[in-house]
Ligand binder design. Structure first.
Ligand code: GAR
Length: 213
């Protein structure tokens, strides 16, 4: 492990296709100056754990049901992540709200991907909410995590049109594809030190930007 690289910890609850996209971007060299040092799942059956093992990433199960409350669970999470030296926490389908115990331990260094154009449709089943609302456009958002539900400063967004031929499944699949590209791009920007915050606004220091395909 290279000490000069940003150490990423990924939190998941399920499939882990976003985790896979990040691993692929690291292995291909698209993201250069980072390593994933651990993946933590709150669910033992999460397929993401298998993906992590396949790529020699430490895979840890931390079951929230073993803790009496959110703060104690988050304290255990902080301990694991700090022990691994984590500098950037990436939520990749981690279906739990974080308490101030986690937020305060990693100021401006927890990011999340949400499958809608925030601030529209926060919370659960965002694709379904947008589909049923009948929007023309939805998409995905990568944002810093604050103490609200999907309310933190927005880093990147990608628009996905809702087509007349779409079912909820086809829309969800197209958003998922864009999530992978958008998350990789946001993580690359973070790891290159190119994001800075002024209030709620995230500014990107432009330099040699290549589009991830
Ligand atoms: C993704 O669609 C992600 O945006 C969503 O969970 C899915 C995880 O997919 N996250 C949220 O809804 C968080 N509020 P993945 O396990 O295949 O990466």
């Amino acid at each position: 492990m290279d000490d000069k690289k940003i150490k990423i910890g990924v939190l998941v609850s399920g499939n882990g296709s976003n985790f896979q996209a990040i691993v692929d971007a690291l292995e291909s060299g698209y993201i250069k100056n980072a390593d994933i040092v651990c993946l933590v799942s709150n669910k033992a059956e999460a397929f993401a754990l298998e993906r992590a093992k396949k790529h020699n990433v430490a895979a840890i199960v931390l079951d929230h049901k073993s803790y009496p409350d959110r703060k104690l669970y988050d304290a255990a999470l902080v301990e694991i992540l700090k022990n691994q030296g984590v500098q950037l926490v990436v939520l990749a389908g981690f279906m739990r709200l974080l308490s101030p115990v986690m937020i305060d331990a990693f100021p401006n260094s927890i990011i999340n991907i949400h499958p809608a154009l925030l601030p529209a449709f926060p919370g659960l089943d965002a694709q379904k909410q947008a589909f049923e609302y009948g929007v023309r456009y939805t998409g995905c958002t990568v944002h810093f995590v604050d103490s609200g539900t999907d309310t933190g400063p927005i880093i990147l967004q990608t628009v996905v049109p809702l087509l007349g031929t779409d079912t909820l499944e086809t829309l969800t699949d197209r958003i998922h594809g864009e999530e992978h590209r958008t998350y990789v791009e946001a993580i690359r920007l973070f790891c290159e030190g190119r994001l800075h915050l002024e209030g709620r606004r995230v500014f990107i220091n432009e330099q040699n930007t290549t589009i991830y395909a």
